[in-house]
Design a protein around this ligand. Structure first.
Ligand SMILES: *Cc1c(COP(=O)(O)O)cnc(C)c1O
Length: 372
């Protein structure tokens, strides 16, 4: 018996990621594979760096894509910047802040937690109190856009407080990049990582990453070598820069990088400001429709992420049954609640290519009919 190929259905992806991918990006993925040290490929990587600098709004020379998903970008920041004994203030208002704590502790660092309720942004006053109580802290880590709850925190203010107390910042921008303003240079953020499959609408498996000069200096003055060989960015840098003398580190995911390049070309041509505005407009369109269905939001209006709409499941509604019907009848995926919101909320993503009126119309029509 021969085995047969796998043909996935055409779903509409309106969960917490992966998001819908534009046909243009899928086409880029199927272009011929060339060697990862081929001069033409190296030229593509250089352009990819410039496009990432645009997306992050930074001039940081250290701006690359880690060859692994967002979680690896997170780990790359922590293993490079946290040395054993380092005290790190970690803000936790959802699932991903808690993963930051895990990372700090596995690096031998000491995590000082600043907690806010699920669905709330990080409170800068609590960050300031922690900084004052722990003058020996060296890093502040926080999630800009908490995908588990749909809350946006004020990265500019938190980063300013960190700087005033001599700390670097590690910022999770996995869901914010391309969806809401993220100004790495203007806000002076130090180590910022993202993911390919959220608002960039690219295939999963890549993690855009940028380090400021301050972050690079801290890495260069480490007393101990980075314990992860693969994620040691001082080695990776020779691969991504190396000006003409690029050396082999690992085999780049060649076709996935074509796809990321294409996704960033689309973002560049649309313009960042226009992409942010489109996410806001689509959020308002979805919000009006959901409110008409009597569905309420988890997060207060000023802190709501347009690209990740966490809403309460109406009373008496079977969470899993609804999501199953949406998938089977409408080929529509929305996200389940995570952690403290499991079984209580749905997460409706409007990320990148998925942030379109057609998708919103489908989602509202499908939800209305399934809820009846
Ligand atoms: C999705 C996500 C991650 C993890 O990214 P993966 O690509 O799934 O590893 C980290 N942080 C946030 C805020 C996310 O939304």
């Amino acid at each position: 018996m021969t085995k047969t190929s796998f043909y996935p259905p055409q779903r509409t992806l309106m969960g917490p990621g992966p998001s819908d991918i534009s046909p243009q990006v899928l086409q880029a993925l199927s272009r011929p594979t060339i060697g990862h040290l081929d001069p033409l490929f190296i030229g593509m990587m250089d352009e990819l760096k410039q496009l990432l600098q645009y997306a992050f709004q930074t001039q940081n020379p250290f701006t690359i894509a880690v060859s692994a998903p967002g979680s690896a970008g997170m780990e790359a920041c922590f293993v490079n910047l946290v040395e054993p004994g380092d005290k790190v203030i970690v803000c936790r208002n959802g699932v991903f802040g808690d993963r930051m704590r895990e990372n700090v502790e596995r690096c031998g660092g000491i995590a000082v937690m600043v907690d806010n309720a699920w669905g709330e942004p990080v409170d800068p006053e609590l960050v300031e109190q922690a900084l004052e109580a722990h003058p020996d802290a060296v890093i502040v880590a926080f999630v800009h856009a908490e995908t588990s709850t749909g809350a946006l925190s004020d990265a500019e203010v938190i980063a300013r407080l960190a700087r005033e107390h001599g700390c670097l910042t590690i910022v999770d921008a996995v869901t914010s990049l391309g969806g809401v303003p993220l100004l790495v240079d203007e806000w002076q953020l130090d180590a910022v990582y993202s993911g390919s499959q959220k608002c960039l609408s690219c295939v999963p498996g890549l993690s855009p990453l940028t380090f400021s000069e301050r972050a690079v200096t801290k890495i260069q003055s480490r007393k101990t070598p980075v314990q992860s060989w693969f994620l040691d960015q001082s080695l990776v840098l020779g691969y991504w820069s190396g000006e003409g003398k690029r050396s082999y580190h690992h085999t780049a995911p060649v076709n996935s990088l074509y796809a990321l390049h294409e996704a960033l070309v689309i973002l560049y041509n649309e313009g960042l400001e226009n992409a942010w505005q489109r996410h806001r407009d689509m959020h308002n369109e979805l919000r009006e429709g959901l409110e008409q269905l009597g569905i309420a939001f988890v997060v207060e209006q000023p802190y709501r992420l347009p690209q990740l709409n966490a809403v309460y499941i109406p009373d008496g509604v079977d969470d899993a049954a609804v999501r199953k019907l949406l998938l089977e009848r409408y080929n529509l995926e929305i996200g389940a609640g995570l952690g403290a919101l499991a079984g209580k909320a749905w997460r409706i993503g409007l990320m990148g290519y998925a942030a379109r009126s057609e998708n919103i119309a489908l989602c509202l029509r499908a939800l209305e009919s399934v809820l009846k």
